[in-house]
Ligand binder design. Structure first.
Ligand SMILES: [Zn+2]
Length: 147
């Protein structure tokens, strides 16, 4: 994702990003030619969208943030979203070495959320151990290519 200063026809530089913890994302981009600043604000759902597209905003990383909206957003308001009989809680799901290795390739900015998505999916399917094969299945199931 890039922002262009129309007046200067220059790509604006990322200046600041904040994730206050409620899932809201704010990013400021500055034109280094004319100094114009623009800010992008995203609500939790939009933040999830950007994250799920694999877009890393700016060059810095921030600490992982558990995003409580992941489950509801991904399930798109499905009527049975909260009625599933989970035999496991996401925190009880284990990760094998290969799966952890793959997770480490996810940008730190979204890693916590991605881990949660897989853990939730595994828990809902009664899978106690996440492997790369499980990640592939979850990704296909959830339509999360690139994660
Ligand atoms: Zn400019």
């Amino acid at each position: 994702m890039k922002f262009l200063c129309v007046s200067c026809d220059r790509v604006m530089a990322f200046a600041e990003r904040q994730i206050p913890g409620d899932g809201t994302l704010a990013a400021v981009f500055v034109c280094d030619s004319c100094g114009r600043e623009i800010a992008m604000l995203a609500n939790p759902m939009e933040t999830q969208l950007v994250s799920s597209l694999g877009v890393k905003i700016g060059g810095r990383t921030v600490p992982e943030q558990p995003l409580e909206h992941t489950r509801t957003n991904l399930e798109g308001g499905r009527a049975d979203a909260f009625e599933g009989e989970s035999r496991l809680t996401p925190g009880a799901v284990q990760w094998d070495a290969d799966a952890m290795h793959r997770l480490q390739r996810v940008p730190a900015f979204v890693r916590g959320m991605v881990k949660r998505i897989y853990a939730d999916w595994a828990a809902e399917h009664g899978i106690p151990m996440i492997t790369t094969a499980v990640m592939d299945r979850a990704r296909a199931d959830l339509g999360l290519e690139g994660m």
